[in-house]
Design a protein around this ligand. Structure first.
Ligand SMILES: Cc1ncc(COP(=O)(O)O)c(C=O)c1O
Length: 374
């Protein structure tokens, strides 16, 4: 058989991977450390009993979208149900934006290093890549961008804040400056706030019907629901209508909608968990610094750090990562990623997980001081 050929522009593509290793403590994929409250699981089970399984689900996800709109309106976002679009994880939200507003012949702009899926989905959906380096402290320098926006006019510009993998939050002035340039060049600004609840500033307050801005959120992190695959965006109503044209009909199954709605009754639990993670983040940050690591201040549920250099001035990230795995702790090995030479990214876990991580790291660093890193 002559095998059918994949699209030429996808032939060299490597898939997106997040390697898993069988260990006691998994701090590598920025999930919530604990399952949702037991009362939540009971509420979803009750909701499942009244689902009409022989019928298609509510295509417009009316209750879910109106409940989400009410929560964000209470936080000061100028939104109603018409400003909310839901999908299977925020990755599908991003994909739908790119299908509708980017695609062949158009460019998408990212600020590197950032969440790899922005360019990855851009590539799959046929858009061209435009990437600008961040400054040495991993922030965006908007002063340099006027010419780029004038001559390239990217169709979609992504800002991830708090940024994955650095954890850093972009200041409000940066988002405002970018919005001005995006508006002038006729593009769309997407602020990916997958980790938005862990930081103090959200771009949701800048939203408006005449503002080319969307803010994307996910249930995967704060809501401890990575297994449910649910995400959404807030944006102008005209934009939501365009997305609804592109997305597959009935893409949000009835159980997922019920799970998403039930979660919203547990807002206080969610806020408590966020506060606990933020407190643990400060503790882990301080401990990492005390151990001599370089640490980037995080507004997310993870921290990027670079272990101390060795006696020859070489980075030690990979050896430290292996030393942690040998002690049954898994963090994300970002040490060979472009821009992140020798860095590792650790998700904030339960206090016990974090203790295990810090003890293992202390052990590895002490061993490497004595010339035996593993
Ligand atoms: C910045 C960022 N955006 C989006 C996502 C995707 O989240 P979801 O699980 O909602 O698809 C992630 C997941 O890690 C992320 O880090």
């Amino acid at each position: 058989m002559t095998r059918p050929r994949v699209r030429d522009d996808l032939a060299a593509l490597t898939g997106y991977h997040s390697p898993q290793v069988d260990v006691d403590v998994r701090l590598n994929t920025n999930e919530a450390p604990a399952a949702p409250p037991a009362a939540y699981s009971a509420a979803v089970a009750r909701a499942a009993e009244s689902i009409a399984w022989h019928r298609y689900p509510d295509r417009a996800a009316t209750e879910l979208r109106s409940r989400l709109a009410a929560i964000h309106a209470a936080e000061g976002a100028p939104v109603t149900i018409d400003n909310v679009f839901c999908a299977n994880g925020s990755n599908e939200v991003l994909q739908t934006i790119l299908l509708a507003f980017a695609g062949p012949g158009r460019q998408i702009l990212t600020f590197e290093p950032t969440y790899a899926l922005h360019q990855h989905i851009g590539h799959i959906t046929g858009a061209e890549r435009l990437a600008v380096d961040r400054t040495s402290d991993f922030l965006i320098d908007t002063g340099e961008l006027a010419e780029l926006f004038e001559f390239e006019s990217p169709a979609v510009t992504f800002v991830c804040s708090p940024n994955n993998p650095t954890g850093m939050v972009e200041p409000r002035e940066t988002i405002e400056a970018l919005l001005e340039q995006v508006t002038a060049s006729g593009g769309l600004l997407v602020v990916d706030e997958a980790y938005g609840q862990f930081s103090d500033f959200s771009a949701q307050e800048l939203l408006g019907e005449d503002v080319p801005l969307v803010v994307s959120r996910t249930y995967s992190k704060t809501w401890a629901m990575a297994g449910a695959r649910l995400g959404y965006l807030l944006g102008p109503a005209w934009l939501v209508s365009e997305l609804e044209k592109v997305v597959l009909p009935y893409h949000l199954d009835a159980l997922k909608q019920a799970a998403g709605i039930a979660a919203l009754d547990f807002l206080d639990d969610m806020s408590e968990r966020v506060a606990e993670i933020v407190a643990e983040r400060s503790r882990v940050d301080a401990a990492l610094r005390a151990l001599g690591n370089t640490v980037w201040t995080s507004g997310a549920n993870f921290i990027l750090f670079r272990p101390p250099l060795d006696a020859n001035g070489k980075t030690t990230g990979s050896a430290v990562w292996q030393g942690l795995v040998d002690r049954s702790v898994l963090v994300r090995n970002t040490s060979s990623w472009e821009y992140l030479d020798g860095c590792l990214r650790v998700t904030i876990g339960t206090p016990a997980d974090n203790d295990r991580f810090l003890a293992a790291l202390t052990d590895v660093l002490t061993a490497s001081d004595s010339g035996d890193p593993t």
